[in-house]
Design a protein around this ligand. Structure first.
Ligand SMILES: Nc1ncnc2c1ncn2[C@@H]1O[C@H](COP(=O)(O)OP(=O)(O)OP(=O)(O)O)[C@@H](O)[C@H]1O
Ligand SMILES: [Mg+2]
Length: 227
């Protein structure tokens, strides 16, 4: 499980996160308006940004200074905002890039093709020609091929057509129920709270509200976000 305590972080001289502590739970949703610092918090979690102060722990060990690739080797996976894949490579080549050198690489790819039928259908299509939703599924599939213990997802349903939003939501819920730990940034409050054991609302880089997930939390979250 991931712990983040009293994180101060930013870019250059600009401080974005002012002492943020993540609620401790298997699945956590991070909510907040544009620019609140959600993606920055995830970048600190995976190690792309080193915090100025505060600690990051994974399964009880201090990983605050650990490089992203070492975090991935320990079982963390990160899907950044914006459906990123290698657009000039096919769906299959994108998956092979991650699977190459892994013990059961082919089986890991097959598992993801079964999970995401659209990827199987468009296995030979260049990723740049997939729809945004399919590209997001490809990005999640790539992350899952690393067999993570924890998945960090930055707005997986942003800018995606509604039919695929439902599929991606279903996948995230299923992964959580399979026992994968999830740190999720989401604009869809209803889904985020349904998926999460705990939530954190960020407002201008401060933790403005935190509590248990579940449908009953929505009213409190919307109130916290209206401030
Ligand atoms: N690479 C960067 N360099 C400098 N400032 C940045 C950088 N990335 C983000 N910021 C700034 O940090 C603040 C928080 O940005 P961040 O991307 O974490 O917000 P967010 O909550 O993820 O927003 P959104 O909902 O739009 O994705 C913003 O003021 C943003 O302009
Ligand atoms: Mg963001």
């Amino acid at each position: 499980m991931l712990e983040m305590n009293d994180i101060q972080a930013g870019y250059g001289r600009t401080l974005v996160l002012h002492g943020v502590t993540l609620p401790s739970a298997k699945t956590v949703a991070v909510l907040g308006h544009n620019g609140a610092g959600k993606s920055t918090l995830l970048r600190v979690a995976i190690g792309l940004i080193k915090p100025r102060s505060g600690k990051v722990l994974f399964d009880g060990s201090d990983i605050t200074s650990l490089a992203p690739n070492k975090r991935i080797a320990r079982g963390m996976a990160y899907v950044p905002q914006g459906q990123q894949s290698f657009t000039q490579l096919t769906t299959m080549e994108n998956l092979q890039l991650v699977a190459d050198g892994r013990k059961h690489g082919k089986a890991l790819i097959d598992e993801q093709l079964a999970r995401f039928p659209a990827l199987e259908k468009f296995a030979t299509r260049k990723a740049g020609l997939l729809s945004g939703g399919q590209r997001q599924q490809l990005a999640i599939a790539r992350a899952l091929i690393t067999e993570p213990k924890m998945l960090i997802l930055d707005e997986p349903t942003e800018g995606i057509q509604p039919t695929i939003v439902a599929e991606i939501e279903h996948t995230v819920m299923q992964l959580a129920s399979e026992g994968l730990s999830v740190l999720l940034v989401e604009q869809h409050i209803g889904f985020a709270l349904e998926a999460a054991d705990k939530y954190l609302v960020l407002a201008s880089g401060f933790a403005s509200s935190t509590g248990d997930g579940g449908a009953s939390a929505a009213e409190g979250v919307r109130a916290a976000m209206a401030i």
